[in-house]
Design a protein. Structure first.
Lengths: 314, 516
């Protein structure tokens, strides 16, 4: 096997060298193929991000007078100092961190269990269950939040009525419960999506492994937890990273629930903090907040991927 | 990992996540003594995640030539990326910086009639305004007005348009947002137009004081107002033998009696997420929050009169005499009125159509009287109401003034706006409108607009809004919500709003001090 290893790269190197000498794909052709993606990517992704980063280094100054005329000027890290001192912002980061630590594992566990169930020969009407599990993802986040707001409302909710009938007093929109009510909406929306990713990964496992395992005398339970789950670890890592990123960017569900619950402040999640600051016309500070959110997201995702790749023994 | 570099494949793309199994991951060795049918010896406990971020260790297994080529590929890619990012940042930088303005944008502009056909842009949020504008367009073929509805994020849209230099000629701006927009240099002074200066006499004095920023120029015309009054369920008060309150003390006493008589009944609800309503109550008590002197804003959001109002409502909340779980204008609130759970509503003139449309079954059960007062003197506050402002960059001031004057003082226009949009006009001519002089069937044919006209007379003319009102309102709401949830008081909310006002003004380089 070692022989194969040292031979393969040399073969590849030789092949690439041959290709070069024949004058392979020219730069122009490459550009023509990539341009339709590259152009909108630069225009609508890179430039706005660069603009936001630039704005975060500006401060607002004003000419004299009761109102004055505002202008922006370079301010160094002044906006970032403001962000570091913004207690509401860090409270919101703490809030979504708490949200994420609970909601992400719960959601992924449910998605994994559903994917494993779908993968067994036990389930007869597979496609029906697959579609119904995925349907919540097709509902736009705002609509889902509106729908759930009715299900949480003490006046209108049949769930609240049913719970009150058996003597419980649920307070879905109270100060303690509103975060978890939001988590419930997120879980409902995204479990199907994550289940589908995990299910596709399960489909890719070759059948020979199951046969071999069965020959070894493994039960279905052992196959599920000691063969299938380890084999789809990359997909689990992927869905976790996506979920971490999504959690840090939580906005739509709390913003909608805010209409009916006074326990969601305008600074409930980091994105809401950025939006509130922007609506106060301090775009430069909002840009700094956005950059800090992006950096935190990047650090957390990167750390998680490093952690899992190290644990996997790479 | 056993097998070292043997099991390492070249770096994988995203498809690796869907096809994690590679042949070399399984160690299948022929069993020496048995037939060569391969026996799975071990399966890695966890498949290694593919290298999304290729580490240097993969390179160590390759020949130098490959490594060099990869390096040069990577470095050229890095160079390319660097160039792209540098280009992007420089483009953004050119767009980002602005220089100090050499002249005040609110300086009085000239007022000459424009030549040829003129098109004016008018952005607003009032329903039915397009029909009003259609009436003008028919009569004035040379001055056409195009209307755009910006109910969705009104001030965000205006702020963005101003930044882009594409603001409309005229826009609807609430009284409480006028200073906020002025600090964004949003308006142009129409004082050069004689008609604009003469319009002062056509409007209720306190509204002109707001739109002229205390008489320093003509930046907007008042359009409508929201003088506050007390909507009372006369049937419930009669049922429990409670007098309709005239002072806030009587109101608190009535709250006690009503709640004691029927635990499901509250005198009203307190919505902590409605800073505009609460500001109206502060206005009634002349709890002035902002003034300007000596080149500085003086911020007194937490003044004593404001705290008096806050403590009053905190007491009602603590004694559970008001509901705190309902949002103004929401479906649960309408349902609560319908189910006889609320006995009064402290609202503005534009609120009369809400009950008429949402609670038709309650027709004839409502009466509208003056708000309870703090002392023996009549006093009232305003909740809402808007102006039509002349926006920066307006090149057709003469025509804009013409249209604005017609829109907000012409009796036909006012009648249509009242009928379609429910507007209570700020113009003095508005109180003489036929629609406003008649009794309203829903309210027992009472002449409710006389009550609002009376209320309007008692509105303090010196009340000023702050230059960062939006941020202060948000901070006030957040803190009031905490108070209704049990942590802190409404008085603390005013303190928090004071701190937010000072900080937001400092962030926007507006010189401000606390206290008078």
């Amino acid at each position: 096997m070692t022989e194969f290893a040292t031979r393969a790269p040399r073969v590849v190197a030789a092949a690439e060298g041959r290709r070069r000498r024949n004058g392979g794909p020219r730069g122009g052709v490459i550009l023509a193929f990539v341009a339709p993606f590259l152009l909108p990517f630069l225009l609508f992704y890179v430039v706005p991000v660069a603009y936001a980063v630039w704005q975060s280094f500006l401060v607002v100054r004003r000419s004299s007078g009761q109102y004055g005329v505002p202008y922006t000027t370079f301010g160094g890290f002044e906006q970032y100092v403001q962000v570091m001192q913004n207690t509401e912002f860090w409270a919101s980061i703490g809030r979504v961190a708490l949200f994420g630590i609970v909601q992400v594992p719960v959601m992924l566990f449910i998605a994994l269990a559903m994917a494993l169930l779908l993968d067994t020969p036990l389930l007869k009407i597979k496609s029906f269950f697959r579609i119904t599990a995925f349907m919540p993802y097709a509902v736009p986040g705002v609509i889902a939040a509106i729908m759930w707001s009715f299900l949480y409302s003490p006046q209108f909710s049949p769930i609240v009525d049913a719970l009150q009938a058996i003597g419980l007093q649920p307070d879905f929109l109270g100060p303690a419960g509103v975060l978890w009510s939001t988590a419930n909406i997120s879980t409902w929306l995204w479990t199907g999506y994550n289940m589908l990713i995990l299910f596709s990964a399960l489909q890719a496992i070759p059948q020979e492994i199951y046969e071999a395992a069965k020959l070894d005398g493994a039960s279905n339970w052992v196959i599920a937890w000691q063969i299938k789950v380890p084999m789809i670890t990359p997909s689990i890592v992927l869905t976790t990273v996506f979920s971490i990123i999504g959690t840090l960017q939580l906005y739509a569900e709390p913003a909608v629930l805010r209409q009916i619950s006074s326990n969601i402040s305008s600074t409930f999640t980091p994105n809401m903090v950025a939006y509130a600051v922007a609506s106060g016309n301090n775009y430069q500070q909002a840009a700094a907040i956005s950059v800090v959110i992006a950096v935190i997201t990047f650090v957390l995702s990167f750390a998680f991927m490093r952690l899992t790749s190290r644990k996997a023994g790479l | 990992m056993a097998g070292g570099g043997a099991a390492q494949a070249p770096t994988r793309g995203p498809e690796a996540f869907l096809h994690p199994i590679r042949k070399y991951d399984l160690l299948i060795q022929p069993d020496a003594g048995n037939p060569p049918c391969g026996r799975v010896l071990s399966i890695p406990q966890k498949a290694s995640p593919p290298d999304v971020f290729p580490s240097k260790s993969t390179a160590s297994h390759r020949s130098k030539a490959i490594r060099k080529e990869n390096m040069s590929n990577r470095s050229s890619r890095i160079r390319l990326a660097g160039v792209a990012i540098a280009a992007a940042i420089s483009v953004a930088a050119l767009a980002g910086c602005s220089s100090p303005a050499t002249s005040s944008g609110s300086a009085s502009a000239s007022c000459e009639p424009s030549k040829g056909k003129v098109t004016l842009q008018y952005w607003n949020t009032v329903p039915g305004m397009d029909q009003v504008v259609a009436v003008w367009n028919k009569k004035h073929p040379d001055v056409q007005v195009q209307i755009k509805n910006i109910s969705n994020d009104q001030y965000g849209t205006l702020g963005n348009a101003l930044k882009a230099g594409k603001a409309p000629e005229l826009a609807q701006v609430g009284y409480d947002e006028l200073p906020d927009l002025r600090t964004q240099d949003a308006f142009v002074d129409a004082s050069a137009c004689k008609a604009a200066v003469a319009a002062k006499s056509k409007f209720v004095p306190w509204t002109w004081s707001q739109t002229s920023f205390g008489g320093t120029g003509v930046f907007a015309y008042p359009q409508d107002t929201g003088p506050m009054a007390l909507y009372v369920r006369t049937d419930l008060f009669a049922k429990y033998g409670v007098q309709i309150p005239k002072t806030w003390d009587e109101y608190a006493a009535a709250a006690q009696k009503l709640h004691a008589a029927d635990p499901n009944l509250s005198i009203t609800y307190f919505d902590p997420n409605n800073a505009e309503w609460f500001n109206g109550l502060l206005w009634q008590n002349s709890a002035d929050m902002y003034s300007y002197s000596g080149g500085k804003w003086h911020v007194t959001v937490d003044n004593d009169k404001g705290k008096q109002v806050a403590d009053y409502w905190q007491k009602l909340i603590d004694e559970k005499l008001v509901r705190t779980d309902l949002a103004s204008g929401s479906t649960p609130a309408n349902a609560a009125f319908e189910q006889n759970q609320l006995a009064t509503y402290i609202g503005a003139a534009w609120g009369y159509s809400g009950f008429r449309d949402n609670n038709p079954d309650l027709a004839g059960k409502w009466s509208i009287v003056q708000m309870p007062t703090w002392g023996s003197d009549p006093a009232s506050g305003d909740w809402g109401g808007s102006s039509v402002a002349f926006m920066k960059g307006n090149k057709h001031l003469y025509e804009s003034v013409e249209f604005n004057t017609w829109l907000n003082t012409d009796p036909d226009a006012l009648a249509l706006e009242n009928k379609l949009g429910g507007l209570y006009p700020a113009a003095l001519a508005g109180s003489k409108l036929p629609a406003l002089s008649q009794g309203v069937p829903y309210y027992n044919n009472e002449k409710i607009f006389d009550v609002f006209a009376e209320s309007s007379k008692n509105i303090d003319t010196s009340f000023t809004w702050g230059p960062t009102q939006k941020t202060v309102n948000l901070a006030l709401q957040d803190a009031m919500a905490k108070a209704t949830a049990g942590s802190g008081t409404l008085s603390d909310a005013l303190t928090a709003a004071q701190a937010a006002a000072l900080k937001s003004m400092k962030d926007l380089d507006i010189s401000a001090v606390a206290g008078n």
